[in-house]
Design a protein around this ligand. Sequence first.
Ligand code: AMP
Length: 249
Amino acid sequence: MKVLVPVKRVIDYNVKVRVKADKTGVETSNVKMSMNPFDEISVEEAIRMKESGVVEEIIIVSIGVQQCQETIRTGLAMGADRGIHVKSDEDLEPLAIAKILKHLVEKESPKVVILGKQAIDDDSNQTGQMLAALLGWSQGTFASKIEFNGDKANITREIDSGLENIEVSLPTILTVDLRLNEPRYASLPNIMKAKKKPIDEFTPDELNVDTKPRLETLSVEEPPVRQAGVMVESVTALVEKLKNEARVI
Ligand code: AMP
């Protein structure tokens, strides 16, 4: 079967993000960008599925600016087979991304789409769920274990109260959590090989997808600066402070 792995190009998780002076968003010029860390986990899982013989072809998809092709190449260097780049210079919302992915799913007919549980830039945690709804497919979100069993898959989900085991029917949408696996580094020969793997290019207009924003960002603010701490003289003074001054969270 084919598996589609959407990967987002985001500000690298090591970068200290700064809000733009006009508060319309965050600074992205001259900032290191990388593959969304959760998406590295989904690429790794797809490769393990291929290595175990469950999957025949892995297609990496990225939607966004021209440099998304570098992010696709990272996935190809890890071991994916080919890429699709949907080029857009606009900041697309999860609904627009889900509509584009729906179109690509209809074109490519994968049995499984594996996404990150969330993108670390917008923290939306919406795209996978919206895609499942648009397609009318089953979904297994926050997966920390995935096992295929014929036309079904057993998914262990990380939920607030522990782990939940569910069975989903294929075709399905999966979103991955942090503990699913540890992504591999691409080797130099694989980075060289990835340069020759094909990447198809489209625009949202060519796919006839309405990407009009539904949300308006009013302003983006820096988080409040943390107050300095105080040293207490004794345990009694600490207990006293905790009793009388601690805020209820
Ligand atoms: P979000 O709903 O924005 O938190 O994103 C969840 C997941 O959707 C990400 O981990 C990616 O797998 C996928 N995704 C979101 N935006 C894009 C994009 N521009 N291109 C490809 N995949 C994306």
